[in-house]
Write a protein that binds this ligand. Structure first.
Ligand code: ASP
Ligand code: MG
Length: 411
């Protein structure tokens, strides 16, 4: 007998038929003799609608009340799922975050999980009851409802699996696994049967949308393997495998590149002829940090004359207006000639554990792009990724060319 956490994303519980279909999968696991805890997202589109309601009232919703509103999406799915399970002859019960004592900090809208008191949950699971946890939500020290950030029910699922010391954590979503690149753009992309936590973390934070980044961080910390599956393709009864996110093994290092991620949510700012004196970088980036703007890649060119330099960096597209305002208001203090902004950029990242200690990966990437006449605007690397920023118009061409160059094309 195994203890399994099964999570269903928004599209997997998108309407009543889908909830019934998801309930049948759960019933199947229970009939196999497993103890099952289910984590659900809000029905597809509901969270967006709830957020829109808040913004209809005020452009700056009170964060506590915002969470009180948006957490209801998961409350609805959890209740409906519990009913659908009872309909299939199972004992089931829904749990709100506060009922499961999923405690978080006070960071409304992006709260962090502190712990989950599993005593009551385990007691009921032992008696054969299915626990249906409303994902995405928890309770803070002062008893307020909190939410974990968009996509946060993945994190709820992994946290619950870790707290229950589950044997498995299955995440059902609208894709059937993790691919070598976005299959909607790269027709020859193939599904990975296995990927390491580190690579998945890198892919998720560099733009692959399959799992919330924080859920992968949590999986890595607790060494909790995640099986990513499709609710639609992995039909009831078929045990079609999705992608297993787990510890690295030797076979994973065969190919230097495991997957290619891309990201369209960034914008670029260049400050030309910045006075090259100590403290100038701080004068640019401190006010941005104070405004809570997350800065990505930064490049400062070597100055020719020892007097001025150019500084280029990326930020989230949604923060471009605000960042531009701030930099312009600090013009005197920073000292630069002009500011150039560009929001039509794409970031492409090669990710793979196999690139550690293997020279030539970046070179092959740059050559491949050069052969297609694609100009590289920025370069960023870590131990297991190489990223470039290019013009958005070349995204598809670049992805396909790199996929082929790094031997990822499906045979
Ligand atoms: N319903 C929340 C969202 O749409 C959480 C989730 O689906 O994971 O972001
Ligand atoms: Mg999701």
């Amino acid at each position: 007998m195994a203890l399994i956490v099964v999570k269903f994303g928004g599209t997997s519980v998108g309407d009543i038929e889908r909830i019934k279909n998801a309930a049948s999968k759960v019933a199947q696991e229970v009939r196999r003799g497993n103890k099952v805890a289910v984590v659900v997202s809000a029905m597809a589109g509901v969270t967006d609608q709830l957020i829109a309601y808040c913004h209809g009232v005020t452009p700056h919703p009170n964060p506590r009340e915002h969470d009180a509103v948006v957490a209801t999406g998961e409350q609805v799915s959890a209740g409906l799922m519990a009913m659908a399970l009872e309909q299939r002859g199972l004992n089931a019960r829904s749990w709100q975050g506060w009922q499961a004592r999923l405690r978080t900090d006070n960071g409304h809208n992006h709260a962090r999980i502190l712990d989950i008191d599993t005593t009551k949950l385990l007691d009921r699971l032992d008696k054969g009851e299915v626990a249906v946890l409303a994902g995405f939500q928890g309770v803070s020290e002062d008893g307020s409802i909190t939410t974990l950030g968009r996509g946060g029910s993945d994190t709820s699922a992994v946290a619950l699996a870790a707290a229950l010391k589950a044997d498995r954590c299955d995440i059902y979503t609208d894709v059937d696994g993790v691919y070598t690149a976005d299959p909607r753009i790269v027709a020859k992309a193939s599904k990975l049967s296995k990927i390491s936590y580190e690579e998945m973390l890198e892919l998720a934070s560099l733009g692959a949308k399959v799992l919330q980044t924080r859920s992968v961080e949590m999986a890595l910390r607790y060494r909790m393997s995640i099986q990513v599956l499709s609710t639609f393709e992995n039909a009831i009864g078929s045990d079609l495998p999705g992608t297993l996110v787990t510890d690295e093994d030797e076979t994973m290092e065969n190919n230097p590149v495991t997957g290619i991620a891309h990201f369209l949510g960034a914008a670029k700012i260049t400050l030309a002829e910045v006075t090259d004196t100590p403290g100038v970088a701080a004068s640019i980036f401190s006010p941005l940090a104070q405004a809570g703007i997350n800065v990505g890649a930064i490049v400062q060119t070597a100055s020719n004359d020892g007097k001025t330099t150019n500084v280029t960096f990326t930020i989230p597209r949604g923060s471009l207006g605000r960042a531009e305002e701030i930099i312009k208001s600090e013009k005197e203090k920073i000292g630069y000639r002009n500011i150039i902004t560009d929001s039509h950029i794409a970031k492409i990242s090669l990710v793979g554990l196999g690139m550690r200690n293997r020279p030539g990966i970046a070179a092959l990437m740059f050559q491949t792009l050069a052969d297609k006449g694609i100009n590289i605007q920025l370069i960023e690397t870590s131990e297991i990724n190489v990223s470039v920023v290019i013009a958005e118009d070349y995204l598809e061409l670049a992805l396909r060319a790199l996929h082929t160059a790094f031997d990822l094309d499906m045979a």
